[in-house]
Every structure is written in structure tokens, then in C-alpha cells.
Design a protein around this ligand. Sequence first.
Ligand code: FES
Length: 332
Amino acid sequence: MQLTDGRVPTTSDGSLALWFDLRVVGKARIASEVWQFELAGEAGVPLPAFAAGAHVTVITPLGQRRNYSLCGAPQDRSRYVLAIKREARGRGGSVCLVDDVAVGTTLRVSEPRNHFALSPRARSFIFIAGGIGITPIYAMMQQLRASGNEDFSLVYCSRDRASAAFADQLEAEFGGKVHLHHDGGHPAQAYDFWPLLERPTAAHVYCCGPTALMECVADMSGHWPTGAVHFERFGVSYAARAADEPFVARLRQTDVSVQVGAQESLLDALRRAGVAIRSSCESGVCGACKTRLIAGDVAHRDQVLSDAERAQHIMVCVSRASGAGCELVLDL
Ligand code: FES
């Protein structure tokens, strides 16, 4: 990739992504817990191109790495648009960005990466979004319209109108293609997807939202053709579980032992020990951090490895030893 002003390539954090510095040129609250950020390069240099469904990793002022979908029109390379939900009970990354980043702040941002692109084989599309999961979907709808394809529809679920980012724009731009559903936070009032998914069509389904919504759609679309139903899961980043225990990872090539804390990921522990590991989604869905496993019992939490692959590989961003006292031996 050719470098332009303001872009800084680095692999020092273990990622193979290119990084560059972007200035916040716009910040606005667009829903009850959602802020829109507009990021631009220096002197109007066009930003790297992206296709709808792409995301970038942002380094927060506190040094955390967070992935956010690009929700602006892909044909507009003058800026990147992010919508960030302030997760008050999260791990602090979104709170830091919303509370501490203002117009004029410079943020280090990765080049766009895409695990959720529109299939070139698809001609019609059913979009299903829940909450902040609307972000990649909005970019998809803008990209399709720009290409002249109007064969799509959207079901957008949220607690209420106030929490639904882009609700006004979606209705204004896409009219009858958009169905907003508000459940008031009551599971009993959740949208019934069965009438939509009961009979498979030639459309491709793209779904992004909370885990419960994606599991519901997955359950109701199991009879659709293979490869026709797509999910974006990267927003569900690594989360330690209460029962997780510390363990040791031994690196065979260097004979170094790395202590992994109960509340940290194996990937974070390896980086802390100075081991360069390639990563992208950091949520077990892209396959970038696939590492050869020599020995040890693994609690696999990824969504990419087959059962056969799991005997010899581990996705270090989400998976870990199956319990205290277990040692994993990695081909690192
Ligand atoms: S970084 Fe994507 S699966 Fe680990």
C-alpha cells in the first residue's frame, strides 16, 4: 500500500496493520448513548479506500484498542465516520473516547479491514441490525444505492427511538425500505423474524447487533443456503469470564513461559511479554491470530476453527487454557 502524508506504518504492537494519525473534525451526539465522530487526514489527503462493512481500530487516549465500523458512505474518502456507543459498564475504551476526545484531537487509527463485506454474488439483501450494530449496515445501504442497487430492506431493532442512531437519516434516505422496531427493553416484545426468514430467497442476509439478536437470526436461518447469511461479531470483543483462572503459556521456540492473568487474554499476555502476534478482530472471528498449538487443553472460544483444526491450533485473542494448572505449549 502506498503511503501518504500522515500515515505511520508500524508492526511494533504485533499487528500488521498500517496506522496513521487522523484529526477529529466533527463530534456530535446522535442518540441517547451514541456519539458520531468524523476523522480526517491532514491537508485534505484522501483516506484509504474501504468497502462497506469495514472497520478500523482506534487507539484511545488511554492506549486501549477498540474496533469500530465505518458508517459513512464508502465513496467519500475525505473523512471516516464512526458511531461510538458509550458503554458505561464496559472496559473503559468507549467512555474514554466519548468523554476525553474533542474536535481537534488527533487519534491513531488503523487502515480499514473488512470481514463483513457484501458478497459480489448477491443481488438482493436483507439487513438486520440491533442497536449500534446499525453502523456497518448503514454503510452497506449507502454503497448499494451509490451503485444503483435498490434491492434491499432493513429491520432495525432498538429499545426506543431515542437510542436508535441514524433513525432519522435512514427513514429520510431510504423510506419504505426501513422498518424500525422498538421493544422497550422487553424480550417479550422482540421482533419476530420468522415471517422474514421462514422461506429462503435469493437474497443474502447481513446481521449485526447484540449476541441475543444474532443467535436468534442464526437459529431461524439455519435452513438458508450455505454462505447466504452473514454476521458481524467483532463488536463482541474479548471479555473475561468470572470463572476464568490464570495459567501459563510456554513458548516452544524460545522456551519462555508467560503468565496469563485470570482477567486478561492470552493475546494481551503475549504482547506484554514482547511477542509480536498478528491480530485484527480480537474477537475470534477473523482468523488473523491463529497460532499452532503443541500441547495443552484449550477452552476454544473462537468461531473460525473447525473441530479438526482445534486439535492443533488456538485463536489467542479469545481462547485460553481450560483451567488453572493447565499449561499451553505454543509454537512461538
Ligand atoms: S484476531 Fe481475529 S480471530 Fe483473533
